[in-house]
Design a protein around this ligand. Sequence first.
Ligand SMILES: Cc1cc2nc3c(=O)[nH]c(=O)nc-3n(C[C@H](O)[C@H](O)[C@H](O)COP(=O)(O)OP(=O)(O)OC[C@H]3O[C@@H](n4cnc5c(N)ncnc54)[C@H](O)[C@@H]3O)c2cc1C
Length: 395
Amino acid sequence: MKNISADIVVIGGGVNGASITYNLSKLGAGKVILLEKSFLASGATGRSGAMIREHYLHPTLAKMAKESKYIFNNFSEYIGGDSEFKQTGRILVFGEKDYDSVKLNVEMNRDLGIDISIISKKEVLELIPNINLDDIAISVWEPGCGYADPVATTYSFAKRAKDYGAEIFINTPAVDLIIENQRITGVKTDKGVIKTNTVINAAGAWGNLVGGFADELLPMNPLRVQMLYLRRPPSLDDLSIVVVDGLTNNYFREDNKKYTLIGGESIEDLQEIVDPNNFKLNIDHNKIIKFWNAIGKRIPDFKGAICKGGYSSLYDMTPDGNPILDKSDKVLGLYFAIGFSGHGFKLSPVVGKMMSEYVLNGYSNNHDINQFRLNRFKEDDMLEADYPYTDRGHP
Ligand SMILES: Cc1cc2nc3c(=O)[nH]c(=O)nc-3n(C[C@H](O)[C@H](O)[C@H](O)COP(=O)(O)OP(=O)(O)OC[C@H]3O[C@@H](n4cnc5c(N)ncnc54)[C@H](O)[C@@H]3O)c2cc1C
């Protein structure tokens, strides 16, 4: 790598870095380079649950999720390539404490044109006959939801970015930012320097290691989160619907036909701050038991499942659980798209558009990017739900 220059360098080849690179290239941003320290989707993206939903508790996020889902539904025409989106539908079940909030949030979503409704216990049982609803006060059905393949999605964005002229360097970490007179003038990689005036930090849970090159540390912590992997018993062979259990704050979805992935998003599940370069990749024994008990309580047949292990990965968690999409006040030409806090896969098609428009024009056309500004934390104006659900560590 000698005498390279670029109009824009994106650091981080996860789904968001790839989507931003694609959108910038498509909008004619000039020469765009994507740098990835190992390989594409090797961060949170590759281990994502990759569930796609529209139900959000804040209208800004619900509108973004709605547009993203439209793109996932029409991925090959809209982006090109395949995201392998599978529409399974999604059921959310809640206890008495969340009854009013659920009603208000569903009403807000429906006002935005989202296909979501409150359904009776009888209707839930028609969708999942073996589910235990004894402690459930209210249930929600989102028929259009499902999950995609996060690796296929990232590679599709990357391929289309290349079609529009982007260059992608894998196994090429950014090791420093070159700053002169408080302005970005280049990126140092382990293979040489790229001259540029614009850098987008899309390094996920590594975001503060990259930000640290410019002394620009953001309110974000890398959190270790865990996923359990079960082979369902034959009585549950047909269970493909995504389920969110608002009482245990566990969620689960089908994987590879007869397998189920189970994650946890209670406040207790989102506490383990780690070094993103040195964390345990396995699932802990106590989480296997906790998640297995939770799913076995909701669908008792899961007690007869086969445990196939599990894994850990990282959330890049901000104080309000929402990303930071902004530019630095300290260093001209430095932008951030980090802090996706465990829900950045589904938003990636729209985040790519929003960030590209912001970098090129200073605003985003269809969504209020200002709500994701860094200063919201200092201004005590966080992006929070009016009617949050109880004991949930996640928006
Ligand atoms: C277990 C789990 C389940 C999830 N489930 C869902 C879900 O169901 N739905 C949903 O919407 N979201 C989900 N998420 C969240 C979602 O996966 C992430 O928000 C999203 O993938 C983040 O993408 P990203 O591109 O911002 O970051 P990442 O995928 O982490 O990518 C950042 C990249 O930057 C690279 N990098 C870091 N430092 C450097 C450097 N110095 N130079 C070059 N490259 C660098 C890393 O190697 C990495 O590949 C889940 C996350 C996890 C962990």
